[in-house]
Design a protein around this ligand. Structure first.
Ligand SMILES: [Zn+2]
Length: 498
């Protein structure tokens, strides 16, 4: 069985998780659950990046010991994954022993000639944890953080990125390392065309404030946070311990990274170059998502529009939040969050669309067939079957191309189709007449709904489970022929919002 590895990026723990990271977790979760539906063995990892200088600064500001600070905040991210019903197999913190060992093993695995010492003077943005060149800055400030970077001068280790320029270009252009969407791929190719410079991969222990992972055999230097952080993906698989899982998933499986657009460069340029140097397998694909705005504005503490994902889930329920973010925000692009739009989606798509469909199906079977329907595949109309096949095909194509909002849209096309089918066939009228006609309609209705439930498994798994349960459907049956659906009365999947 082929193995599939997927990761989210690991966020810095200097502040609370925001809605944008919730989106990333949920999108990665859809891909993981989808691959499991395809019967792939999936390893899905998320975690936290704890060795950054900005974590130290935030801890100092909060007046808490750095260790304690990162632990407390890491727990919030772990909790967020739980609250969002994320199916990750592993959660890695970069202060864990397995990560520290892995990062050091990786450093030593890079070709010795690719790592060299040099004295360097540069402009460092702590917010980005990155050296900036003058062309990166706008009016002397980091455009992302709107602060002047610090001037830093010291002797560091450098990684020979320039050496890999041609090879990286070839890998990305040919899609051997596939970057989706293509606009991001083109940006990266453009960046490589501009020439790649070697980058600093360590800092003095002093500037790192004695926080981070030591460079092997040189205790005076701490690894650059990105250099250690990127290895987390492999370390979660047990790279340091020579775990068989590492070979199965990383070296011989299909590796997918999901990242936000702000850190594409690290994943699409630095990371593959580092892996080439260490002669390890490269990721197969990098999916890049956009940023979430709130009511049309960039999320910022100063505007006061920060949306706490925990609050939204508590107020509306996890699947509503999942549904909204997955449907409303086009994968790969920026999108907007607003309570108004969320409630509109809830009332329209969920309560009136899907909820109503489930409710009326169950009620019809309950009232007219004592709650039991024996499924006969011969009764499925060819038009119904064709419609399902057509939408499933598009759904799969969309998921394979990281168009999650489109795939979810196709599921809702089927919801709309089912509701229209019932409206047109008027089973509540037919029920009073010919018994076989009624059975025909209900067989088709249940068949459509059963397929909808499957389509929803990766997106809103709790709701999909509820539909299966309500229909009395067994997900593991080999064939539906003569299967007895025993419906359960429901008070409604999506009660009206107060
Ligand atoms: Zn910055």
């Amino acid at each position: 069985m082929s193995k599939y590895f997927i990761s989210t990026a690991i966020p810095y723990v200097n502040s609370d998780p925001h809605i944008g990271f919730a989106l990333e977790l949920i999108q990665a979760d859809v891909l993981a659950r989808y691959q499991r539906l395809l019967e792939k063995e999936v390893f899905f990892v998320t975690g936290t990046d704890e060795n950054a200088l900005k974590n130290v600064q935030s801890a100092e500001k909060a007046g808490i010991e750095v260790n304690k600070f990162v632990f407390q905040n890491a727990e919030k991210f772990r909790k967020l994954a739980e609250v969002l019903n994320i199916s990750n197999n592993n959660f890695i913190r970069t202060t864990e022993e397995r990560h520290i060992k892995g990062a050091q093993k990786f450093w030593k695995a890079c070709k010795p000639e690719d790592i060299y010492k040099k004295s360097y003077k540069g402009l460092y943005c702590v917010g980005c944890e990155e050296f900036k060149t003058h062309k990166d800055l706008i009016e002397g400030m980091c455009p992302e953080h709107r602060v002047k970077p610090e001037e830093v001068e010291e002797e560091n280790y450098f990684f020979k990125l320039s050496k890999y320029e041609k090879e990286l270009f070839r890998l990305i252009e040919s899609d051997e390392l596939k970057i989706t969407p293509s606009s991001r791929k083109n940006e990266i190719l453009e960046f490589i065309r501009g020439g790649l410079e070697d980058f600093s991969i360590s800092r003095s222990r002093e500037r790192a404030k004695n926080w981070g992972i030591s460079v092997p055999e040189d205790d005076s230097q701490i690894m650059y946070v990105w250099f250690d952080a990127l290895t987390n993906y492999m370390n979660a698989l047990g790279y340091a311990e020579d775990d068989v899982r590492f070979n199965e998933y990383w070296q011989n499986g299909r590796v997918t990274h999901l990242v936000g657009k702000g850190i594409t460069r690290f994943h699409a340029i630095y990371w593959p170059a580092m892996l080439l140097s260490a002669e390890l397998a490269l990721p197969k694909e990098i999916f890049v998502h956009g940023y979430v705005t709130v009511d049309g504005d960039k999320i910022s503490k100063s505007i006061g529009n920060v949306v706490d994902p925990f609050n939204v889930v508590e107020k509306y329920g996890v699947d509503i939040v999942r549904y909204f973010l997955l449907r409303e925000i086009p994968s790969g692009e920026d999108g907007d969050f607003s309570y108004k739009k969320l409630e509109d989606r809830y009332n329209g798509d969920l309560a009136n669309g899907l909820g109503n469909l489930v409710q009326r199906t169950v009620t019809l079977i309950d009232n007219n067939l004592d709650g039991e329907l024996i499924y006969k595949p011969d009764l499925i109309e060819s038009e119904v079957k064709n419609k399902i096949d057509e939408l499933f095909k598009e759904y799969v194509g969309n998921l394979d191309n990281f168009l999650l909002h489109e795939a979810l849209g196709r599921s809702w096309d089927l919801v709309g189709y089912a509701n229209k089918y019932i409206d047109d066939e008027k089973p509540w009228v037919v029920a009073k007449g010919d018994a076989q006609d009624f059975l025909n309609i209900m067989n088709n209705t249940v068949f459509i709904l059963y397929n909808i439930a499957w389509m929803l498994v990766p997106f809103i798994p709790e709701t999909a489970d509820k539909i299966f349960t309500t229909l009395g459907a067994n997900r593991d049956v080999e064939t539906l022929e003569n299967y007895k659906f025993k419906v359960q009365k429901t008070s409604g999947l999506f009660p009206r919002l107060k």
